[in-house]
Design a protein around this ligand. Structure first.
Ligand SMILES: Nc1ncnc2c1ncn2[C@@H]1O[C@H](COP(=O)(O)OP(=O)(O)OP(=O)(O)O)[C@@H](O)[C@H]1O
Ligand SMILES: [Mg+2]
Length: 405
């Protein structure tokens, strides 16, 4: 029987879904490492656990390794150690290395977390992606601009959520950006040539280095455009048809191979240019965000959290068949305030397209302003056709207005 340890930093609702899926896996000894004490987890979960370790900081690989060793001493060994969040991937990989747990080690996972190491591996393998430079001092960026011209992108090498990501169009903007971002060895930036095209994701299930199933979504529009344009409400579409993703499949597989993906679900982002060519943007070796897990669940009539758990713990995955289209609309506050003061148009949206809504978390009056492109709330829709989902998303973001004040 395998002992599987999930790192669940806090007992938050989304994390609890993963914990529950672990506890419900047959023939597995489940264990948790958390920064929260066991009492924060429901009794129904606690009673199924073979071990529970509290650590001060779940993002510290050494602390995770020690906790893993304590669990191993009690259970006779640990076979799997993993976490969901992007920021956990490297500390968890370090802990695998230190505690001798099978799975991807830090050397591999580093390539999924450091955008320079990622692009270096991709370019060395001939995978199409932007030219890049690691910027540790202003001069590195100036040299890069001499080489590739403007515009460029400047972003953190281990960025998340399009934070601190800038489109630099002129020399003046470059100077301003460098003065505020202050790159250094300890705070390196990633400069990239600016790619133009639509943005998409590509989720792949890989077992022992072999990709066995994939799915793709469309970002409407790309995250940078959303962040640059305060009135845009972002959507993600998972079409019913799978034909559109075929143009990227070979590049996805080549990229995962170049990075050393072993077993897991990966979330890649890619560009489709107007001339039909494709390029990889980035990839995480973990479940996708922006509601793609529920979108994949609704489009295939399965629970992807459960499928992922089975994949991570037992190396098993039964490819589901696409039955429907699905989409997510993100509701994003408008205006200067720091709190939501009103949410308009919900009834109208409900009347027009409520029949398609399968999950929602509506923004609430009094809620704090959100800084990211996911805004203060969302609705997930599903339907038999891609057109219906497109229509439902359009009506949702047209009707629902979140007022900040
Ligand atoms: N080379 C590039 N050319 C054009 N746009 C880019 C480029 N690199 C990044 N972007 C834009 O910035 C966004 C964020 O960049 P990236 O995905 O690398 O960082 P992130 O912060 O990890 O993203 P996420 O929002 O997925 O967490 C991209 O989705 C895209 O819109
Ligand atoms: Mg990204």
């Amino acid at each position: 029987m395998r002992t599987a340890v999930l790192v669940a930093p806090y007992a938050m609702p989304n994390t609890l879904r993963y914990v529950l899926a672990l506890c419900e896996l047959p023939g597995v000894r489940p264990a948790l490492i958390s920064a929260d004490p066991p009492q924060r987890f429901p009794a129904s979960i606690r009673e199924r656990l073979a071990a529970f370790e509290t650590v001060g900081n779940c993002f510290d690989g050494h602390a995770l390794a020690l906790a893993t060793q304590r669990i191993a001493a009690r259970t006779g060994g640990v076979d799997r150690l993993f976490g969901v969040l992007e920021q956990l991937q490297l500390p968890v990989a370090k802990a695998r290395d230190l505690a001798g747990v099978p799975g991807m080690g830090a050397a591999v996972v580093h390539r999924f977390r450091d955008k320079s190491a990622m692009k270096q591996a991709l370019r060395a393998a001939g995978v199409p992606c932007a030219r890049y430079a690691r910027v540790e001092k202003a001069q590195d960026a100036l040299r890069f601009v001499d080489e590739v011209g403007l515009p460029i992108i400047l972003k953190p090498v281990d960025g998340l959520g399009t934070r601190a990501t800038f489109r630099v169009q002129t020399r003046e903007e470059l100077e301003v950006a460098l003065a505020s971002l202050r790159p250094s060895r300890r705070n390196p930036l990633q400069a990239e040539e600016f790619l133009v095209g639509s943005e998409h994701s590509f989720e792949t299930v890989t077992i022992d280095g072999k990709p066995i199933w994939s799915s793709s979504t469309d970002y409407l529009p790309g995250p940078l455009e959303v962040m640059e344009t305060p009135w845009i409400q972002y959507c993600v579409l998972l079409p019913r048809e799978t034909a559109g993703m075929e143009r990227f499949r070979a590049v996805n597989h080549a990229a995962l191979n170049a990075l050393g993906m072993q077993t897991g679900l990966s979330h890649m982002e890619w560009f489709l240019r107007r001339d039909g060519s494709v390029a990889v943007n980035e990839v995480g070796a973990r479940p996708p965000g922006v509601n793609i897990m529920p979108l994949m669940s609704h489009a295939h009539g399965v629970d992807f959290v459960r499928l992922w758990m089975r994949l991570m713990v037992l190396d098993q995955f039964t490819p589901p068949v696409r039955k429907r289209a699905a989409g997510a609309a993100f509701f994003r506050g408008q205006g200067k305030g720091t709190r939501v003061v009103a949410v308009h148009g919900v009834r109208q949206a409900q009347e027009e397209v409520g029949r398609y809504v399968v999950e929602a978390s509506m923004p609430k009056v009094g809620q704090s302003r959100a800084e990211g492109y996911e805004g203060e709330g969302f609705a997930v829709v599903a339907a038999d056709t891609t057109d219906e989902v497109r229509h439902a998303l359009a009506r949702l973001i047209r009707n629902v207005r979140v007022e900040l004040g």
